[in-house]
Design a protein. Structure first.
Length: 533
C-alpha cells in the first residue's frame, strides 16, 4: 500500500495576475544589530491584500539571506534580493513558555510576523530556511497547514530541492490536535532521528482568507526573511538565482524526476479489432513504471484530437493525439458488475495495468468522456484520482473541467458504498446531468513504489495516447492545436471539488455553534471565515 499521503488538492490553485510584492529592508527601517522593534510595528502593506506587522516586541538585526551562492528568489517573475533582510532575536513562545510547534498553541512572544489579510489568496514569505527548525502558521489562533520549498545540498534531498507540505485537515486546513511539527528535515524524511541538513534559500507559504489574522514564525530559531509575495492563487514558478546559477524550486522541472511513454497504434500493429493479450507490455518509463495490458481484449487505432486540439503538453513534454489506442471491451468485475458502482476491481475488459517502481504521479493522456466513469484500483482497492480536460459545454466555466474524486484516510481509498457517477454528474453534483461530450486531457493519480494499479473507463473504453510520470504533481498541463492553446492545469484553473457547498445564510462560530448577528469575533458564513464586529 501507499507509503505517502495524497497532496491536499483542495488547496491546489494557479498563477494569477493579481499578485503583489512587499520587500522588507533592514536599512529602510534603521535596523543594524539589536534594534528594538515594537509590537504592532508596521513593516509594510500590500495594498488591498495584506498588512504586515511585527507581532511582539523583540530586537532585530540586519542580515543577508543568500545561501549556496544563490542571492535572490524569483516568484512568477517578481524578484526578491536577499542582501537587506531582517531577523528577530527571540524564539517564539506560547502562553505557557512552550514551543508552539509542539503545543499547537499560538505564540505570545518572540520573533513573529503578523499578516492581516484583506482578501483571499496565498502568502509567500521569502526567507533563508533552516532544516533543523520548525515552522508554524496560526490563523485566528488555530494552527494551519503550510508548504516550504528551498534549495539544499544535502545528499538525502533529491535534486537539491526540498519541497515539504505540512498538511492540515478539514475545510479550514487545521493541523489536528496532538500532531507535533518536527524539524523540516525530519518531516521531509519521515525520520524523527534525522540530523540537520543545513540552510536553504526559498519560500515558506500558505493560504489566507479575507479578514483573518495570521502569525507566522520559525521555532527553534528566528525567521530570516526578505519579503512577502501575495497572489490570489498559488504561484506557478519559484526560482533561486545567483551569479550565473539558477535552480527551480517550484514549477516546470521543480527538482522532480519525470519521464514519459507514448503509446503508438502503428508501432504495436493495431488497426481495427487487433487482439492484445493479457500481460502485453505497452512500454516502460525506466526505473519508474511498467505499463501493460491487464486483460486480453481487441484494440483499435484512434486519433484523440478534440475541438481542434491535437496534443497535450505536460510540464513541457508533448503528447500527440494522432496515434492512440482503445480497447473494445468494457471493464467488468468478478460478478460481471461495473467497478465504478461495486468498487470491486475489474477482471476483464480494456484496462491499463501500471506497476510502479517509485513513488510519484501518473498522468494518462487521453480523450475523456464526461458521460463515463473512471476508476483506479491500487492493489485491489479503489483510490481517488483527478481529471483535467478541455470542454465546450456552457456549464463548464472557462471551458476547462477539473474534477477530483476524493479518497479518504492515509491511503486515499474511496469509502465503501461511494458509487462513482459520470464525470459531468460528479462535476455538477447532479445525478441527472446529461452528457457534456468529450474533452482532451489527463486522468491522473498518485502511485507508490512496488504497488500495482488498474486504471480504466467504465461505460466506455479508455482512449489513450501515453503516460507521463513525475515524482511530484505536474505544474502545468496544456492542450494545443494549430494556433490555439488552453491551460487545463496551471494558470487560470483549479480543482473543482466534487461536493459543492450549499448557500447557507446561517452564522457559526469556530466551534461550529450557530450564533446571531450580535456575536463578536471570527464567524463562518456560507463556508467562509470573516470577522464580525
Amino acid at each position: 500500500m501507499k507509503k505517502f499521503l495524497l497532496s491536499a488538492a483542495a488547496l491546489v490553485a494557479a498563477m494569477s495576475a493579481n499578485a503583489q510584492v512587499f520587500k522588507v529592508s533592514a536599512e529602510a527601517h534603521g535596523i543594524t544589530e539589536g534594534t528594538l522593534i515594537a509590537a504592532g510595528y508596521e513593516w509594510g502593506k500590500i495594498e488591498g491584500a495584506a498588512t504586515i506587522t511585527n507581532a511582539y516586541e523583540t530586537q532585530h538585526k540586519a542580515l543577508d539571506n543568500k545561501n549556496n551562492d544563490f542571492t535572490k528568489v524569483i516568484i512568477d517573475g517578481n524578484e526578491f534580493a536577499t542582501s537587506d533582510g531582517v531577523q528577530g532575536n527571540d524564539n517564539p513562545k506560547d502562553e505557557d513558555g512552550g514551543n508552539p510547534a509542539l503545543t499547537l498553541k499560538p505564540a505570545v512572544s518572540g520573533a513573529v510576523i503578523q499578516i492581516d489579510a484583506q482578501k483571499d489568496g496565498w502568502v509567500y514569505i521569502v526567507a533563508k530556511l533552516s532544516t533543523n527548525k520548525q515552522y508554524m502558521v496560526f490563523e485566528e489562533g488555530l494552527p494551519i497547514g503550510y508548504k516550504i520549498a528551498m534549495e539544499n545540498t544535502d545528499e538525502r534531498i533529491q535534486g537539491g530541492v526540498l519541497n515539504l507540505e505540512i498538511k492540515g485537515e478539514g475545510e479550514y486546513n487545521n493541523i489536528p490536535e496532538g500532531r507535533q511539527v518536527q524539524w523540516v528535515i525530519r518531516e521531509y524524511l519521515n525520520d524523527v532521528e534525522a540530523a540537520t541538513a543545513g540552510n536553504g534559500l526559498g519560500v515558506f507559504y500558505f493560504p489566507v482568507a479575507k479578514d483573518c489574522k495570521y502569525l507566522a514564525h520559525a521555532t527553534g530559531s528566528k525567521i530570516m526573511w526578505s519579503g512577502i509575495y501575495f497572489s490570489e492563487n498559488e504561484a506557478q514558478s519559484v526560482i533561486v538565482e545567483g551569479d550565473g546559477i539558477s535552480k527551480t524550486l517550484i514549477g516546470e522541472g521543480g527538482g522532480a524526476a519525470a519521464g514519459s511513454f507514448q503509446v503508438s497504434a502503428e508501432a504495436n500493429g493495431i488497426t481495427e479489432g487487433t487482439l492484445i493479450a493479457a500481460g502485453y507490455e505497452w512500454g516502460k518509463i525506466d526505473d519508474a513504471l511498467t505499463i501493460t495490458n491487464a486483460f486480453e481484449t481487441n484494440h483499435k487505432a484512434v486519433d484523440n484530437a478534440n475541438n481542434d486540439f491535437t496534443k497535450v503538453v505536460i510540464d513541457g513534454t508533448e503528447f500527440a493525439t494522432s496515434d492512440g489506442v482503445q480497447g473494445n471491451d468494457n471493464p467488468k468485475d468478478e460478478d460481471g458488475g461495473n467497478p465504478a458502482l461495486t468498487l470491486k476491481p475489474a477482471v476483464s475488459g480494456a484496462v491499463l495495468q501500471i506497476d510502479a517502481q517509485k513513488d510519484g504521479w501518473v498522468y494518462v493522456v487521453a480523450k475523456l468522456s464526461t458521460n463515463k466513469q473512471y476508476m483506479v484500483f491500487e492493489e485491489g482497492l479503489p483510490i481517488g484520482y483527478k481529471i483535467a480536460m478541455e470542454n465546450t459545454d456552457e456549464r463548464i466555466p472557462g471551458g476547462v473541467l477539473n474534477l477530483e474524486i476524493k479518497g479518504e484516510g492515509e491511503y486515499n481509498n474511496i469509502p465503501e458504498g461511494r458509487q462513482i457517477q459520470w464525470v459531468i454528474r460528479e462535476y455538477l453534483n447532479d445525478v441527472e446531468a446529461a452528457t457534456a461530450g468529450n474533452g482532451l486531457g489527463v486522468f491522473y493519480f498518485p502511485v507508490a513504489k512496488d504497488c500495482r494499479y488498474l486504471a480504466h473507463a467504465t461505460g466506455s473504453k479508455i482512449m489513450w495516447n501515453g503516460i507521463y510520470f513525475s515524482e511530484k504533481e505536474a505544474k502545468t498541463v496544456k492542450v494545443e492545436g494549430d494556433g490555439i492553446s488552453k491551460t487545463i492545469v496551471g494558470a487560470t484553473t483549479g480543482i473543482n471539488p466534487v461536493s459543492l457547498k450549499k448557500v447557507d445564510d446561517a452564522i457559526y462560530n469556530l466551534a461550529g455553534q450557530k450564533v446571531n448577528a450580535s456575536y463578536k469575533g471570527v464567524v463562518i458564513m456560507n463556508g467562509k471565515k470573516m470577522i464580525q464586529k
